[in-house]
Ligand binder design. Structure first.
Ligand code: SAM
Length: 211
């Protein structure tokens, strides 16, 4: 009897975020779509997408990260232009309005310098998303950690593993979803890591105006 090779899963998907994998399983990212990975880092979340015929774009403030994803793209998806990958702060995305069917932002928003910076980044992610498009964000929040973290400034916390992070709270996220008039594609899902930090996944659909 023929069995599917389990070993091909890591070969195909690499180190993709498990919650992004969940969105793939739900068929929300498909061949031919334009997908921006905002704060793409090493590109672990776009490696598979490049090979799957997705029109991948990336943005990151780190020149080294963008050089690495350009090199990865030239090997895995040579038809993608190196210009798809840009060095920029997420507050200043050099893409047109409604350019992407999917915008990903994984493990970036808790590096915001302030609430204003956090909101400006989210506004940009929302601006470049097409109506009906999906915004997938994963970032640290206070959810489940209320009162257990060392606060050093408004919404800034010294995390048990060392750095100071910006942490959004649940009322703020609910207010944001309301203000953006977004549809929650998934309930807010939060994972507590070693009781030291919580990571929340926010998956939104941009409604067509007037719908
Ligand atoms: C922890 S890494 C996550 C990388 C990738 N998204 C992942 O999930 O593996 C955070 C990335 O966000 C980038 N970054 C942080 N703040 C940023 C900002 N304001 N604008 C653009 N990129 C930023 C960093 O350079 C880094 O590559």
């Amino acid at each position: 009897m023929f069995h599917l090779p389990l070993t091909s899963i890591p070969a195909q998907f690499g180190n993709i975020d498990i919650y992004l994998f969940d969105q793939l399983l739900k068929g929300r990212i498909r061949k031919g779509m334009r997908v921006l990975d905002a704060g793409c880092g090493s590109g672990r979340n776009i490696q598979y997408l490049m090979q799957a015929g997705v029109k991948v774009y990336g943005a990151d403030i780190s020149e080294e990260a963008i050089a690495n994803v350009r090199a990865m793209a030239s090997e895995l998806a040579p038809t993608l232009s190196p210009k798809n990958f840009v060095v920029t702060d997420l507050t200043d995305l050099p893409f047109e309005d409604a350019a992407f069917e999917v915008v990903l932002c994984s493990a970036v928003l808790h590096f915001a310098q302030s609430e204003a910076h956090f909101r400006r980044m989210l506004q940009q992610l929302w601006r470049v998303l097409k109506p009906e498009g999906m915004l997938f964000c994963r970032f640290s929040t206070t959810i489940g950690m209320e009162g257990k973290l060392q606060q050093v400034a408004p919404q800034k916390y010294k995390m048990p593993h060392g750095p100071v992070w910006f942490l959004a709270d649940e009322p703020q996220l609910r207010e944001l979803i309301y203000t953006l008039e977004a549809e929650l594609l998934e309930p807010l899902k939060t994972v507590l890591v070693e009781r030291e930090r919580s990571m929340t996944t926010l998956v939104l659909r941009k409604k067509v105006q007037g719908s």
